[in-house]
Design a protein around this ligand. Structure first.
Ligand SMILES: [Zn+2]
Length: 353
């Protein structure tokens, strides 16, 4: 179904459809999510070996970049922590430079309950919204803000940062890179090949605050450090651990080449997309027209992809990529990001319906 006949390339995202009677919208509860992986035992890394809780550091004693791999930014996203735990247990011997492994929100992780698996994302506030300098240097206090300040010494000496996340709703794995050339190059060297995400997204950030990948060290013009965030798949699926492991291991094996921009990505061309619209839910009844999966592409501009109270949400251009649709967005929450693919090859994937 399409909504209206506006010019294809500038079709409005939100169209108001006036109804004759007042409609009562009731928020739908979350479905039950299966937890198919077990939380890792991180007790050996709790104290850390640097003086900072939950930070394990390994030095080659040779000049080289400082690679920092972060997990558990969100307490219930432990697939990345399982990957880092396995890597540490296998033995870490960087060829050059230093590698640090960070288990970020250990307090929220400790509260994980498989019967309420979404409840331990954070304790006081979302830890991946606190990383702008005003908040870090301000006088406010929260468990996550205090923990972010505790981790700053290791994060602010990073040359390469990989922040390992996962997603509540089923979705293609993807990498999110801030809009600097050096971070795009890092993302490109972690994408496209077997077992790795094939999609790189540059997005509009979050209204609620800065993510770690947007910390000033990583986005400053002409700055030295690069960052990327991995959304490795659904939180509690075995494939999500495998993708986290692949990406983390590739970074560890090639950190120096990535730091020096000497990485040969060969013939691999990942899909790249730029987010053009953050669609926020304005009602409790935001509902997608199909059970869209993150990474789906809607071919025609003007296709109704969701209803939000009286409004229809439409694709603004042909070949619109849906990034991380939230099938239970509450009022004021981000329901989906709309992204335009860039590059030469036409996308092979299509959304249902
Ligand atoms: Zn996350």
């Amino acid at each position: 179904m399409t909504c209206g006949a506006s010019p294809r390339d500038h079709h409005p995202v939100r169209i108001r459809r006036q109804r004759l009677s007042e409609t009562l919208f009731i928020a739908r509860p979350l479905p039950r999510f299966e937890v198919r992986i077990r939380p890792p035992n991180l007790s050996e890394w709790q104290r850390g070996n640097t003086g900072i809780r939950g930070v394990m550091q390994f030095d080659s004693n040779r000049v080289g970049p400082h690679a920092v791999l972060v997990s558990l930014m969100h307490g219930n996203e432990f697939a990345g922590a399982i990957a880092l735990d396995r890597i540490i247990r296998q033995g870490v011997n960087p060829r050059s430079g230093t590698v640090s492994f960070v288990f970020a929100n250990l307090d929220a992780f400790a509260r994980f309950d498989p019967d309420a698996p979404t409840a331990s994302r954070f304790i006081d506030e979302d830890m991946n919204r606190v990383w702008n300098s005003d908040r870090l240097n301000g006088t406010q206090s929260s468990l996550e803000l205090n923990r972010a300040r505790e981790l700053l010494p290791v994060l602010q000496s990073a040359d390469i940062l990989l922040d390992l996340h996962s997603m509540l709703w089923d979705s293609e794995p993807l990498l999110i890179a801030p809009g600097t050339r050096r971070s795009s190059a890092l993302a490109a060297s972690l994408a496209g090949s077997s077992g790795m995400p094939r999609l790189i997204v540059t997005d509009l950030g979050h209204l609620g605050g800065s993510r770690l990948i947007e910390q000033s060290r990583f986005i400053r013009a002409g700055g030295p450090a690069r960052s990327v965030l991995l959304e490795a798949g659904q939180h509690w699926q075995a494939d999500t651990i495998a993708t986290s492991l692949h990406v983390a291991q590739r970074l560890l094996d090639n950190a120096e080449a990535m730091h020096l921009d000497a990485m040969d990505v060969g013939v691999i061309h990942p899909e790249q997309a730029i987010v053009t619209d953050n669609v926020m839910a304005r009602s409790a009844a935001f509902t997608f027209a199909h059970p869209f999966r993150g990474g789906d592409i809607v071919q025609r501009a003007g296709t109704v992809i969701a209803r939000d109270g009286d409004d229809e949400i439409c694709t603004p251009y042909d070949g619109c990529l849906l990034v991380m649709p939230n099938h239970r967005a509450r009022r004021g929450q981000l329901a989906v990001r709309l992204a335009r693919l860039i590059g030469e090859d036409p996308p092979p994937r299509q959304a249902p319906g």
